[in-house]
Structure formats: C-alpha cells, structure tokens
Unconditional design. Structure first.
Length: 163
C-alpha cells in the first residue's frame, strides 16, 4: 500500500489536490476536516475535535490497510507530533510506503482563501503564523515541498511525478 499524505496550512490547496489526485489514481481520500466538522456538530471544543479527527484518520488507515488498498490519500494539517509518529510507526510495521507532501502557499493567498470560506471564525495572520511554526517543527524523512502558489495543475503533476 502507498499512503500519500498532504499536509499544510488551511487554504493551501490540500483538499483540491487530494480530490484531483484521487480521480487520477482512482483511490480513496481521508479528509481530516470531515471528522472535525462531524465532531463539532455536537461539541464546541476544537482541540477535542482535532483529537477525534486523528483517531478517526488512524482508524481509516487501519481499515484501508486491512483491505489491502493500493493507494490512499490523507489530507490534514499533520501538526501533531504524536499523531505523525503513530502513523509512521503503523506504516513501518505494516510495510506501507509513505509519500509526504508539504503543500505551501503564500500568506496573502491563504488569507484570500480564508476570507471566502463560509466559517464563523476565520484564521488570522497570527493564527497562520502559529500553525506554520507547529508544522515546521515536524520533520518527515523524504518530505517533498509543493509550491502551490501558481497553477493547481502544475502542483498535481508535480505530486504525480514524485509518486
């Protein structure tokens, strides 16, 4: 099994890239935000929503590994060291190849995307900087940075060429 992990700040293009990649590769995508939204319908604690999301993502990876899926894509911030290590260990123990992609976009473009989103609470410049710091603390061997400031098709082709 190949596990393609797309991580990066909100609005960097993870979901769009994941969607198009899944069509090209005919594979499933696990969206971290889906689980966060699911949790937040009944609960308001965002940190608990993140923990719930990590738990559900891991369960999905286990399920796909058991089904012997060829390729699975995960789209999430991946800013939690313990969660990242848990995924890495599981993949190592189950002979799953991980492809790490760190999707990046300029702050101005992230803020533009954020303003267009239908959310009650919007990320601020400070929020993005804090998240960026937490993402940068995590180092993944062989991780490839994707500059998603230009044409989305270029980013898709870049990822496809790396896998």
């Amino acid at each position: 099994m190949k596990l393609i992990i797309l991580r990066g700040l909100p609005g960097c293009g993870k979901s769009t890239i994941a969607e198009i990649l899944s069509e090209n590769l005919e594979c499933s995508v696990v969206y971290g935000d889906f689980f966060k939204r699911e949790f937040l319908v009944k609960n308001k604690n965002f940190q608990e929503a993140c923990e719930y999301s990590y738990k559900k993502i891991f369960e999905e990876v286990e399920k796909y590994a058991e089904k012997k899926e060829e390729v699975v894509i995960i789209e999430e911030l991946f800013d939690n060291k313990e969660f990242v290590e848990r995924i890495k260990n599981f993949c190592r123990e189950n002979n799953i190849q991980i492809y790490w992609f760190y999707i990046k976009r300029e702050l101005e473009k992230l803020l533009e995307v954020e303003q267009k989103r239908d959310r009650k609470i919007k990320n601020t410049v400070d929020d993005f900087k804090k998240l960026q710091d937490s993402l940068n603390e995590i180092k993944n061997e062989g991780e490839i940075v994707v500059d998603n400031n230009g044409n989305i098709e270029e980013s898709i082709n870049f990822v496809l060429n790396k896998i």
